[in-house]
Design a protein around this ligand. Structure first.
Ligand code: CO
Length: 649
């Protein structure tokens, strides 16, 4: 017999008091695809199933926030506000939840309070019922304004405690933090285990401890399946009295995602924690999303679907390790991964044990890479400086004076902030609104938020210049084809994630060329090879260095031909006969900002330009007093290690 769960809008056990049952928050529309295929699910792939999902009886459906604001603008040419309105319309009976990154809203930097308040206002107005507010550092000062804004709107405030493992993150720490969230008016509390590290014992101890000590809020456990322990943790959480757990419908579940909805529902069936969800509807959802996932298979990494228990030992999420590997490969130091993993532990301790999630994972990870490559704190990216100054918030454990001095210099005391980071920001709403109106791009207040939060990509979107990227089915070649990556790189240079092969596309093409039948001495002009890969044949035209687009691949089989120039990084312009001291690039990266002009007088240690490497800003400083004799690079140019950037005479 199927037990129908009452529609949450009418009567929810969390609103009406616990009935011993467990609620389910379904994550398929936000965290599931964010964790498994880079947040790429398009609105039209959600629409056909929404009315069915509305009948299942979920406590809530998380469907907005996190990266679902950024990605539609950047990669899908879709308006995130339109998605919210559509889901609201088609799911009138289900509570809609969004993840709000506290003062960072839906990005990775602090916004002024007026933008935060406007965002919460319009998100609620367009349909968000539950605001899940979190700060990676658990700095209540960062959570304060967004939490109050949610209460002001009359929406459900679900404040989070971010879970991580460290000597300061004890069970007592979590219980105290949850009690504090109680006091500040939370309607429910989420234990947010974003890296999937919580053990069954920890889940039990924290939830039981909070409830036994008079905790008033219902508790929701959000954990990823990364460690492989999460199903067990959910069981122990149930025994401790958890009220809601978070799951994904099975086609996108497990691995870096979350436990499968159907599995959890079935596991609790006929127990005191029975979820009461409609299993038949869940199976219909499963069939639907099985088909949808195929459209995004170019983004799914096999290793992301398997558990990685090593995370609880070193606490480094799998996604972060693959980032580190590619950063080290870029710097031609792939063999130093073990040293970097070891260094991460030291850097994290020195930084006061921030959890290893974005953006603090990036600060710790890149600093560790730099320390291994160039010596401990010899190179310090801007982001590390900002973190140590307190611009991200208060670190969980204090940072020692020695480390502060090493990173900020002898005058560190003047640089460190003790106020709430957003206190340093001026209001922005009126300025952004005026700018947008002057550009003739204002249609509604929600546009101002698109522009204020993502000034570049938001503006591109509002101007109608954004472009939707491919999906697996629209790629010009089969998804598992060795040249697909090269095609993607050339058509969608901004598309950084395609998990087809560990190999470099240039290497794959080289291998294909080596297996080509006609191998001759290198000619003067372009040369065309017939290359057969599997069942398909291609004409590959290779241009000698310095001539033509580098390489062209044309499909010579029956399918329509499509040309794709494949280009490697352009080398820095050759240095002329200018005399002086060469300032060289310490690593592979992209020129982000040039702060001086040719002919300008500069002082020793003055910042000349900013090199973006490993997604972080690195200052290139002048080795001495002098004049900028020549600037050898342009903004956006990719430079290699030891390329000459400019000359100081
Ligand atoms: Co998550």
């Amino acid at each position: 017999m199927t037990v129908r769960f009452p529609a949450p809008s009418n009567q929810s056990f969390m609103d009406g008091g616990s009935m011993g049952k467990i609620g389910i928050t379904e994550l398929i529309l936000r965290d599931a695809h964010q964790s498994v295929f880079a947040t790429r699910m398009r609105t039209e792939d959600m629409e056909p199933i929404l009315s069915k999902m509305d009948k299942v009886g979920f406590w809530a459906v998380e469907m907005w926030g996190g990266a679902t604001f950024d990605v539609p603008l950047r990669y899908l040419n879709q308006n995130p506000w339109d998605r919210l309105r559509l889901i609201r319309k088609l799911m009138p009976n289900t509570k809609l939840m969004m993840l709000l990154r506290a003062q960072n809203i839906v990005a990775y930097r602090n916004f002024p309070d007026d933008i935060v308040r406007k965002f919460v206002h319009y998100a609620h107005k367009n349909g968000i019922d539950v605001f899940r507010v979190f700060d990676a550092l658990n700095d209540l000062r960062n959570m304060d304004v967004p939490m109050k804004a949610v209460k002001t709107e009359g929406a459900h405030l679900q404040a989070c405690v971010s879970y991580t493992i460290s000597p300061v993150h004890t069970t007592e720490y979590y219980i105290k933090f949850m009690q504090e969230l109680d006091k500040r008016g939370s309607d429910s509390i989420c234990i947010k285990d974003m890296a999937g590290m919580i053990s069954p014992k920890r889940a039990y101890d924290i939830i039981k401890g909070y409830k036994d000590r008079g905790g008033k809020c219902p508790v929701e456990l959000h954990s990823h399946s990364t460690s492989g322990m999460t199903g067990l943790a959910y069981q122990r959480a149930a025994e401790a009295g958890v009220d809601v757990v978070d799951t994904d419908i099975s086609p996108v579940a497990e691995g870096t995602g979350h436990p499968a909805t159907e599995s959890v529902v079935y596991a609790f069936k006929d127990t005191e924690w029975d979820t009461g969800l409609d299993m038949d509807l869940l199976l219909e959802m499963r069939e639907y999303f099985k088909k949808i996932v195929k459209k995004y298979r170019h983004l799914i990494r096999m290793e992301a679907l398997r558990p990685d228990p090593s995370i609880v030992l070193h606490q480094i999420p799998g996604g972060m390790i693959s980032n580190l590997v590619s950063q080290l490969e870029q710097q031609r130091a792939a063999d130093r991964l073990d040293e970097v993993l070891h260094e991460i532990q030291k850097v994290r301790e020195e930084m006061g044990y921030p959890p290893l999630v974005t953006p603090t994972s990036q600060v710790v990870g890149v600093q560790a890479v730099m320390n291994v490559l160039f010596g401990r704190y010899k190179k310090i990216p801007t982001e590390t400086v900002d973190y140590v100054k307190g611009m991200y918030g208060r670190s969980p454990a204090p940072i020692s004076d020695e480390i502060k001095e090493m990173i900020l210099g002898p005058d560190w005391k003047e640089q460190v902030i003790t106020c709430r980071p957003a206190d340093l920001l001026e209001p922005e709403w009126d300025i952004r609104e005026k700018e947008l109106k002057e550009m003739g791009l204002y249609r509604e207040p929600e546009d101002v938020l698109i522009y204020a939060i993502y000034p570049q990509i938001g503006l591109k979107f509002l101007k109608g210049e954004a472009r939707a990227e491919f999906n697996s089915e629209s790629l010009p070649l089969p998804i598992d084809h060795p040249m697909t990556r090269a095609f993607v790189k050339s058509f969608f240079p901004e598309h950084k994630e395609i998990y087809l092969s560990e190999k470099d596309p240039a290497l794959m093409v080289r291998e294909a060329l080596d297996s080509a039948p006609a191998k001759q001495a290198r000619p003067e002009g372009p040369e065309t090879f017939k290359v057969k890969v599997g069942e398909n044949e291609y004409d590959v035209t290779v241009y000698p260095p310095g001539i033509g687009p580098g390489m062209e691949v044309t499909r010579s089989a029956s399918l329509p031909a499509r040309n794709a120039p494949v280009q490697g990084p352009s080398p820095a312009r050759p240095v002329g006969p200018v005399k002086g001291e060469k300032v060289k690039s310490p690593m592979l990266g992209t020129i982000f900002k040039i702060l001086v002009k040719e002919g300008e007088r500069v002082k020793k240690d003055q910042t000349l330009l900013i090199l973006e490497a490993m997604k972080m800003e690195n200052q290139i400083i002048s080795p001495r007093d002098g004049t900028v004799a020549k600037i050898n690079v342009t903004i956006g140019q990719e430079v290699g290690s030891s390329d000459t950037l400019l000359i100081i005479s």
